[in-house]
Design a protein around this ligand. Structure first.
Ligand SMILES: [Zn+2]
Length: 183
């Protein structure tokens, strides 16, 4: 799934704080969005869908961090707990998309996301056919609506997120040619 989808889902992950910790909703939203972005930084360092993607291990970290945030709620503990949950959700969600390849609609990759504790790759499920597909954009739009529940500047960031997602979805199939230097 494309990064704006993970950012939108990060807002959904942060949404319970609107009821549970209303004084920390902005740090929670920022944590949720940052946690949505962070795993995909392994596009640039290490092995994508593996180096910073931990579909199981992030949960092991998230549980004590959530407990800490519940006992000692501060902007930092809430933001970090929401961020790590968002990273766990991101890593798990990648299983339901395509494999790690430049043209995911070709379905030649069997590597969706790496299970570190088992030492093997999860096979892509293709519920979302490829990053930037129409269903991927639909998830971004629906989840980003959660941003409207938060105070400024979160609704603006959510709107920018949707705009980026629309642009990405429009150009996605041209990306391989750009990477190959044909355009
Ligand atoms: Zn990812």
């Amino acid at each position: 799934m494309m990064n704006p989808t993970h950012i939108g889902v990060g807002l959904v992950v942060a949404a319970p704080t609107l009821i549970l910790a209303p004084e920390f909703v902005v740090p929670a939203a920022i944590g949720g969005m940052a946690g949505g972005v962070l795993p995909d930084l392994d596009l640039f360092v290490g092995r994508h869908r593996r180096t910073l993607h931990f579909p199981e291990a992030y949960w092991l970290a998230a549980i004590p961090l959530l407990a800490l945030a519940a006992i000692r709620p501060t902007a930092l503990t809430v933001a970090v707990a929401v961020a790590v949950v968002s990273m766990a959700v991101h890593s798990g969600m990648d299983w339901f998309g395509a494999g790690d390849e430049l043209e995911p609609w070709e379905r030649t990759s069997s590597e969706a996301v790496y299970l570190h504790l088992r030492g093997r790759w999860l096979q892509p499920k293709y519920w979302v056919r490829y990053d930037g597909a129409a269903e991927d954009l639909a998830i971004t739009v629906v989840c980003s609506l959660a941003g409207l529940l938060f105070p400024a500047p979160i609704p603006t960031i959510a709107a920018i997120n949707v705009a980026v997602a629309v642009l990405y979805a429009l150009v996605r199939k041209r990306v391989p040619a750009v990477v190959d230097g044909q355009l």
